[in-house]
Structures are given as C-alpha cells and as structure tokens.
Design a protein around this ligand. Sequence first.
Ligand code: SP5
Ligand code: ZN
Length: 347
Amino acid sequence: MKIIHTEAHKLHAPQYEFNKDRMTPYSESPTRVEKILDALQKSDFTQIITPRQYPLEPIRAVHDADYIYYLENIYAAWIAEGGPEAGAIPHTFALRTMSKRPEKLVNQIGYYCFDAQTPIVQGTYEAALSSTYCALTAADMLLEGESAVYALCRPPGHHAGHDIYGGYCYLNNAAIAAARLSREARVAILDIDYHHGNGTQEIFYDSSRVLFVSIHANPNRAYPFFSGFADEHGVGAGSGFNHNFPLEAHVDEGRYLTVLVQAVELIQQFDPGFLIVSFGVDTFRDDPLGDFDLSLESFSHIGERIARMRFPTLLAQEGGYNLQALGEGVVKALSEFRPTRKTEVYE
Ligand code: SP5
Ligand code: ZN
C-alpha cells in the first residue's frame, strides 16, 4: 500500500493546550508522525510518496472562503496584537445561534474556534494545507486505480466543520477528499477515531451522496460532548445517511467488532464507489485520551473487517496519542489490505 507523507507537518508544533486550570503539553505532536513512519518503514511499507500540490478550489468545496482566510492570517494578527508566540487560543466563544462575526480578524478567533485546545501557530496553515494535500493525493490515486492508499495526515481533520475548527483539526482532510471523490461516485466515510467526527458529520449532514458512519465514545462523557448521539440521522436529502454508534467506556474487542460489523453492513447496503476511513488509534487501551479497551491485535481485526469490503479505500490518519502504540496500530490495520507491500508491483 502506498503511503502519502510530507515533512511539512512539522511546521505545526504547538507546545501547549488548555486543560482544566492550566496549559499542559500538546498531545497532537509531530513525534506522532515520526512514530508512524518508523513503524511503517520497519514493516516494509516503503512506498512513501510526497503529496501533490493543489489550488484552493477542492478545499473551498468544503470550507468557507472567509474561514480559510482566517486560518491563513490569524497568527500574524494575533502577534500584532501582542499575543504570545505559543499560539492563538480563544477565551470567549461565539454561540452561532445568536452571534455575528466581528469585523476585526483577531477578534474572530472565538467565532471560528470551538475549544481552547487547538492553538494556531506560525506554521499551522501551511501544515494543515500539506495534510489536506496528502488526503487529496490519496483520493486522486484511487481515481487512478489504486485499491487502497494511506494518507499520513497531520494535523488531523475530522473535528473541523465548514467554518469552524477544534479538536486539533483545522481543515477536514477526509471531508475534502470525500467531496472530490463524490464527483465521480457515492462515497462512504467510516470514522473509527475514538472521538466523534463532528466536523465531517456537519459537512455532509444534508447529503445523500456521502454516507457518514461513526463509532466513538459516547459524547455524554467524551469530547466533543455536543454531537455524535445515536439519534443524529441527517437532514433533508441527507436523512438516513448519517449513523452514529456512541459506545460506553471499557469497550473490548468483541464488543467493538460487533458494532463494526453493523457499521460495515450499513456501508455495504449503501454500496459506495469509494470508502474513506477516518482512522484513529486513540481507541487503544492505553491511549492517554481514550477509555476503550482495544489491544494492538484488535487493529488487525478492525483492518481485516474493513479491507474485506473491497471498496477502493482511502485511510486518513486522525488521532492516536500513545506514542509507543501508535505506529504498531497503524501497521496492523494497513497490513490487512491486499495486495500487500512486498509482492506489490508498480508501474
Ligand atoms: C483528532 C482527535 O483525536 N482529536 C481529539 C481532541 C480531544 N480534545 C480533548 C483533549 C483533552 C486532553 N486532556 C488530557 C491531556 C492528557 N495529557
Ligand atoms: Zn480522536
């Protein structure tokens, strides 16, 4: 399987996020990608490809133009106002039902951002673009005939909505790839990050062209807290094309795979031309952000159930914060996709 990766993610390296009453080390670190890359290379996934460049048009198909402008320019405005270099983080948040966007860019921070854990630093926009380019390149490779491609996206994307960011996500890589692929055929997105993919759900909530199926921690106890409930089924033309499986704490492999089989059945009924997996390893039992009870071997079984559907599949990296386990979890899942690496012949 081909891997899409670029070093440009390193431009985004916030030091801190807000937790409880203080700033704590940022969980979504550049080291995550190094760990994944090391594990892939040790397992003979050696086809590592630099992403292509793209104009803004495929990103504008998903994200608001003023929002993209904000992401590009907020850091400079923040610094100009005397903000710390550690990154732009809001302290006051707009309730979209009753709020107007303020005119001044630096004051738009709490309008576009929904949490205090997703700083914007000098290189955030460029890194976010490069992450999206990984997903777009993988999408184009599916269009060119690849059966499965892994986009090593960082920063992740699934919490970013049409004009709102949070959860370590700025541009919704999986959604942008889905929008591009959906011009050719219907697309299913299977989100198996520990957290609900609220951004992806919002983007395609009124669409019957893109099916969204997500397995995640029940938002009654876990981030993002306000969406991912079982009764969210889509709206208008999209009604019936959104499915959430909110799960209890300490979910073990047997329980998880039972739910995954239900998700797989929904996708098979939909019969998409392409499958996008928002892939997180924060479902691992020793993940610092999660409370599920999956082992590393569980990722083989998860990968196997997904690969068995045999849809052209784009796997986009989302979360996963246990640096000892992250790489192995990715390798175990990817290894289930055939044709496998060593015997594969290209060009
Ligand atoms: C893509 C993704 O997985 N985003 C997750 C965002 C979760 N945000 C809440 C994080 C709270 C972390 N607090 C504990 C820090 C432990 N060092
Ligand atoms: Zn997550």
